[in-house]
Design a protein around this ligand. Structure first.
Ligand SMILES: C[C@](O)(CO)[C@H](O)COP(=O)(O)O
Length: 270
């Protein structure tokens, strides 16, 4: 396949309410590690193996830019693609909007944008390529797997109200990949409406554009709960200690700013 130019937006600005350590200690799941690399690094690194990635934009929650830089330290040493940290909004939709807005100010001739969860750290390059190939055909694409459990709707009291026919039900994953600037226009429309969207495929189809589904991967799970990270408690203790010391944070922030300056100079052709 000829690889089109594409940018990658990685969402990591959420409050991770289902991840207990976030609620109680302000620890973000994306900044913890699995086998020596942070969840955030692992969610991004496979994208660097796909040719023609022109920029990576990572969203972070207000006040956590330095911590986000620490989580990306390994990437800063080996990444030759411009890496930009973008302050996220009040929910996933707003964060993606902010990243797309930033992208629209960059002089990049990008044909597609891949939007990926910062907590989906087992994504493979093969899955990214398959989704990109599907997006080339349909303009929008997402990987998905057939639903295996019976699907039900419940009310606010936890009582079952509806049964959903499973034959055509799938669980949609990320990366979700779209033509640019179509996804930017779709997001602007969503931003000015009152509606809340569950993900970017919904924003794209609401805008009247098609999304093709390709085969997802069982391994491409999202880290959602504390138990999804082995050794999480020890790591959280270490993480909080590092934060108190503040040393790593300063070093990584410096590296990040250097990398961003270089990317900017490159863009300006200096
Ligand atoms: C985009 C997504 O991964 C599709 O399944 C999912 O909606 C993200 O959910 P989150 O709760 O914002 O992590």
């Amino acid at each position: 396949m000829a690889f089109p130019k594409h940018a990658v937006i990685v969402t990591a600005a959420g409050s991770s309410e289902r991840f207990n350590a976030s609620k109680e200690l302000g620890v973000k799941k994306e900044y913890l590690s699995i086998d020596g690399h942070t969840v955030l690094y692992r969610s991004i690194a496979p994208f660097l193996q796909v040719p023609n990635c022109v920029a990576i934009l990572v969203t972070y929650p207000e006040g956590m830019e330095d911590q986000c830089a620490v989580a990306l330290e390994d990437l800063l040493h080996q990444n030759f693609v411009p890496l930009i940290l973008v302050k996220g909004g009040k929910n996933r939709q707003e964060s993606v909007y902010e990243a797309l807005k930033f992208l629209s100010t960059m002089a990049l001739d990008t044909e597609f944008v891949a939007i990926h969860d910062g907590a989906r750290c087992f994504v493979s390059p093969e899955l990214i390529i398959r989704t990109l190939a599907t997006a080339k055909v349909f303009k929008g694409a997402a990987p998905a797997l057939p639903a295996t459990d019976a699907l039900k709707i419940i009310d606010d009291n936890g009582m079952l109200t509806h049964h959903i026919e499973r034959t055509h039900a799938v669980g949609v994953q990320t990366p979700q990949i779209f033509k640019y600037p179509e996804i930017w226009e779709a997001h602007q429309q969503a931003h000015s409406s009152e509606s809340a969207y569950s993900d970017d495929t919904q924003i794209f189809t609401d805008f009247g554009l098609p999304v093709g589904i390709c085969e997802g991967e069982r391994e491409n799970q999202k880290i959602t709960y504390l138990e999804d990270i082995p050794d999480a408690e020890t790591q959280i203790a270490q993480y909080l200690k590092n934060l108190e010391e503040g040393k790593r944070s300063a070093k990584a922030a410096k590296l990040l700013h250097q990398a961003m300056d270089e990317a900017k100079r490159e863009q300006e052709g200096i």
